[in-house]
Structure formats: C-alpha cells, structure tokens
Design a protein around this ligand. Structure first.
Ligand SMILES: *Cc1c(COP(=O)(O)O)cnc(C)c1O
Length: 460
C-alpha cells in the first residue's frame, strides 16, 4: 500500500473504509503486516510485534483510539442488516451488529493481545475464567476429553474436575506435566480434544516444556491450550508451538488490580467460531468485555514490557537473597530450579524469569506469622490473592487460591501448607523493599529464624 494512501487512511480514521483498504479478510491483522506498518516485518519479540500493530487513532485524530460505547450499530441501507447477519459483511469491513458479538474497541484490544502472543487472532472476555471455559466448551463437545496437569489455578482445576464433567460430560485426566510419557499415555486418540496446561504453573512454578508437549499433542490431533497468565512477555507459548493462549488479563497485563478481564488468543478460525451467531461460546454464553474496560486496558499494554522487566528483576534479586539466607525458595530464575535451563531455552530474551516466587515456610502458622510482619510491621507487601500488582502480594496457596483442592491433591501438586506465593511488585526501590523483608524476618519469634545457620539447617 502506498504511503500516501496509508497516511490518508490514518488521518481519516477507519469509519466505513472502502473495500480496497483491506488486503484480505483477516480481521485481526496481528500476524500479517498491517496497513500502517507494512514495512515492519512480523517479529518474534512480543514488544516489537506490539509496536508493529496498527495504531488506532481517535475519531477526531486523537492519539488514543475512541471508545465505541454503543451496544448497537446503525446501517445506512436496510439490506445491509441481512448481509451482516449472513456473515457477508463483518468487523473486517468495519460492519458491526451488536456489542456482545464484536465491538470495535474490544476488537482493538484483541489485536494488541494477538500481537503480544503472536497469534493470528484474539478476542477479549469479561474474565480469565470465561476465556478458559469458553475455549474448552468450544473445542470439546459433550463427551470430550481433556488432559491437564494437577498443578493448575484452583478455578481451572475446579472447572475441569467438577463443573465440566457434571454439566457437559467433558472429563479430564490429570497428569504430571513434566512427565512426557504420562502425558502421552493419557491422550486417547480420537477422544482427547485438548491438552491444557499453564506455561508456569500456579502456585508451584513448574515450567512446561511447550515445544515438546505441543509436538506430542499435535501428533495425536489434539489442540494445545496454554494459560500464560503468569508469564506474559516472558514466554510466548504460541511462538513455541501451542495453538491457543488464554490469559487472565486481571493480573500482569492490567497491572492495576482493579479490573477483571481475560483473552483468548489463537487461530482466526477458532476465534471466529467462538463468535458464531449459532454455535459460538463467546456469542451465546456472552462473557463480553465492556468497551470502556477495553479502552482502559489498551493503554496499559504498551508499558507491560517495562513492568515485566522490573517485576522479574526484583523477583530474581529477592529469590537469590532469600536463598542466601537459607530460606527454602522456589523461583525458576534460580539455577537449582528443575526447569531453569528449559525456561532459559524458551524465554524471550531480556525480560527475565517471571515475577512469582514461592517461599516455603513449611507450616501454615509460620507462613502466616511472616506475612503478618511483612504487611503490618514493615510494609513489604499486602496479604492478598492475585498477582501482577505494583505492590508485592502474598498468599498462602494451600488455604487460599488452591483451597478447592483436597489435601491429597495438594500433596500431589507439591503445595505445602506453609507455601507463601509472592507476586513481587516494583514499587519503591529494591534495597528499601529488601530491608523491609529482612526486618520482618528478624521479627519472627520462632527461634529458628534468629540466625542464619539454624535457618538453613531446619528449612533445607
Ligand atoms: C487469576 C487466574 C485465572 C482466572 O482469571 P480471572 O480473571 O480471575 O477470571 C486463570 N488462570 C490463572 C493462572 C490465574 O492466575
């Protein structure tokens, strides 16, 4: 496309552009070069890919896109309505019907998500759970089978082990995701529809071998769905072979701990099928994202990379120092972590190894005592579930986010009763925050924390 033309397109906005403004019918344009960036090749780096997506200007030339706050859309000619409902005219040509279906502002956020994850398409939902449940319901019909690890976000675990079997006869075989043979054996050819896992598992931070798992699943015709909530920017599952990436945007991508949102990133045909007027889970179950929320979030994605870098830098530094103190810490950035090398081989360069770390205090009361000091005496962080906030958030997984699991399931998943999950924040300066951590540790009444040697002898 000639420069002058794309410039004109840029200045006039994209309200009802003529057909030749479009190169094809791919409405999402993340993987293909977009009109305003045809000289920028698609990149394997998530931030470069984000920068190369079409920048959407406001209706009056504002540097930010406008919010399309309408629930419904007008047409100029009565015949147009029928052509929209038949699928002939769609959002790729800037024809919108109703905002539970496609909304332009939400679609733009979807384009950013697709660029971030390197997928052909993406669409955003009202929550991470609705993204996950909609994808699973779209891919598995009644009687379908899923293979998934035991170590899963508690809500997803409950969905797979209780809700889906009861409501839809969709069953799951739970496996150790690190045991490739176990995964292979759990896949029933013809019946298994989805291999589902988290790129970095909650809360024990097991890193999945995405390329290998994708390979064995694809050999048996199984779709690979990866929850990348713990590691946006750090890992790009779709670039490593996965078919679909789901996100709870409520965490790092939002970064503000003020919004519940989710996304499904994947092939255009899957996303389109989820929006289908007769068969689509997003269209028919309706977990729609509000356009005002989509606008708010789209302004946060440009600094996601910067935030992740600092989150990860702090987590690495704290994990290293905690380990030096003799504390039992789980962090995939540490060389001793069983999947450290694997993570290094998969991670996008220079963003770090994730912002979550686990501190195993073994007993719940000891974990609670430390968190109490960390929040109420030294202001190191907050006792709260969730992750991705600028403040450090801490929770004891066994009695909070993984409490849906039985004692046996928790034991199998390696969740000790004193496991504190920390989502390391980036507020303040690093030394200030570290001194708050040390001060809280020294306040522990428990004699084992009074000196370094006894800490290491008991907790190792
Ligand atoms: C929070 C979370 C979810 C659920 O997302 P919501 O936005 O709360 O619905 C799913 N997976 C993981 C890994 C999460 O951390």
């Amino acid at each position: 496309m000639a420069d002058s033309k794309s410039h004109a397109f840029l200045l006039t906005g994209k309200k009802r552009p003529s057909q030749d403004d479009f190169e094809g019918d791919d409405i999402f344009l993340a993987k293909k070069s977009s009109h305003l960036s045809s000289d920028v090749p698609y990149s394997d780096d998530p931030l470069a890919a984000l920068a190369a997506t079409r920048h959407e200007f406001g209706e009056h030339g504002g540097v930010n896109m406008s919010i399309e706050a309408s629930a419904t859309f007008t047409v100029m000619e009565p015949e147009t309505m029928g052509r929209m409902f038949s699928g002939e005219l769609g959002p790729d040509r800037d024809f919108f019907i109703y905002s539970r279906h496609f909304n332009p502002t939400v679609l733009n956020l979807g384009r950013q998500m697709a660029a971030l994850e390197g997928t052909e398409a993406a669409y955003c939902t009202a929550s991470g759970m609705s993204a996950i449940s909609s994808v699973l319901l779209q891919l598995c019909s009644n009687g379908g089978h899923v293979v998934a690890p035991r170590n899963l976000y508690g809500g997803t675990h409950a969905l797979l082990s209780h809700f889906l079997p009861r409501t839809c006869n969709i069953t799951t075989t739970f496996v150790e995701i690190g045991d490739i043979d176990m995964v292979k054996n759990a896949i029933i050819e013809g019946k298994t529809k989805v291999l589902y896992f988290e790129s970095m598992s909650n809360p024990t931070l097991i890193v999945a071998n995405i390329p290998e798992l994708s390979r064995i699943a694809h050999k048996k015709g199984v779709v690979v769905v990866v929850d990348n909530t713990f590691a946006p920017v750090v890992l790009s599952p779709a670039r490593l072979g996965a078919d679909v990436v789901v996100h709870s945007i409520s965490k790092f991508i939002s970064g503000g701990a003020d919004i519940i949102a989710g996304a499904v990133c994947g092939p255009a045909n899957l996303v389109n099928s989820m929006m289908d007027l007769h068969q689509g889970t997003l269209m028919l179950l309706g977990p729609t994202m509000n356009a005002k929320v989509a606008f708010e979030l789209s302004g946060r994605i440009p600094h996601l990379g910067l935030r992740m870098k600092e989150h990860c830098h702090r987590a690495m530094e704290f994990a290293t120092r905690m380990k030096k103190l003799g504390l039992k810490v789980i962090y995939p950035g540490l060389e001793e972590h069983p999947q450290h090398e694997l993570l290094k081989s998969m991670a996008n360069k220079e963003y770090g190894f994730g912002a979550l770390l686990c501190l195993d205090m073994e007993k719940e009361e000891r974990a609670n005592k430390l968190m109490h000091h960390l929040q109420n005496f030294t202001q190191f962080g907050f006792m709260a579930v969730s992750l991705g906030y600028y403040e450090t958030l801490m929770s004891v997984s066994g009695s909070s986010t993984s409490s849906e699991m039985s004692a046996k399931e928790k034991e199998l998943a390696g969740i000790s009763p004193g496991l504190i999950r920390m989502s390391v924040g980036y507020i303040g300066n690093l030394e200030q925050k570290w001194s708050q951590f040390e001060k809280a540790l020294s306040r522990m009444q428990d004699s084992i924390f009074t000196n370094k040697n006894s800490v290491s002898s008991i907790l190792k």
